[in-house]
Write a protein that binds this ligand. Sequence first.
Ligand SMILES: NC(=O)c1ccc[n+]([C@@H]2O[C@H](COP(=O)([O-])OP(=O)(O)OC[C@H]3O[C@@H](n4cnc5c(N)ncnc54)[C@H](OP(=O)(O)O)[C@@H]3O)[C@@H](O)[C@H]2O)c1
Length: 239
Amino acid sequence: MSNDNLVALVTGCSRRQGIGFEVCRQLGEQGCTVILTARDGEKAGQLASTLREARLDITDTESIKTLTDFVARQYGRLDILINNATGSAGSNMAPAASADLDIARQIMEVTLLGTWRMIQAVAPLLDKSNAARIVNVSSSAGLHSDPVLGLTGSRQAAPAYGIAKAALNALTARVAGDFTDTTIKVNAICPGFTATYPGMEKLGAHPVAEGASGIVWAATLDADGPTGGFYRNKELLSW
Ligand SMILES: NC(=O)c1ccc[n+]([C@@H]2O[C@H](COP(=O)([O-])OP(=O)(O)OC[C@H]3O[C@@H](n4cnc5c(N)ncnc54)[C@H](OP(=O)(O)O)[C@@H]3O)[C@@H](O)[C@H]2O)c1
């Protein structure tokens, strides 16, 4: 599909070096109208310059309603939803058997339920698009098959983070199934190990532009592109 005039909304864009901001930049470069959002509206404003920006906290139904009302009034439809926002465990790496469940609840609230809430809120706007795309930004931490960071890997990520991403993958498959008879495509994307903080390159992380490119690929898939899968570098991953 031609990317000119597509309307895209990206969640969780609070940092210039974050993947969300780079996704916005690449979509803008392709001619999309991009709505960059962050739960701190001031941060979104500082980053947006040539893009539309808005405050959006995906755990807050009022915040979501304000934004979706704006998109409906302004554009009448949404072509691309990128669920990039995620809950973080910070440095809390306790094993699942002793993990802090308040932190786990917060992570699920953002990563799983926030994404789910967003999909529900914009579904009527996606219906008005000719070929809408939903991209859920996930992680190999949510895979059974990743031998390093995966759920049973050798250097597992924080349990709540991986479990929330596994649930996000399940949501991706289920929502894609619900949209089978429509033109809406839904995929999960792992950006890979990405240098979103200074010094991460030295640890083997790839540039942010590279991490974002797979997400932009899934956001701009042609009519014959895949749906319901989990991809990294455009390659299908095994759950
Ligand atoms: N970097 C990597 O190597 C890597 C690898 C695999 C997957 N990923 C995934 O890539 C995505 C982007 O990650 P990143 O590395 O660029 O980190 P990031 O900048 O920390 O992105 C996470 C974003 O989620 C936002 N967020 C948290 N709670 C929110 C809420 N309630 N409502 C709206 N936004 C909320 C954060 O905002 P605040 O700043 O306000 O907290 C932040 O902007 C995430 O889904 C992450 O899991 C990253």
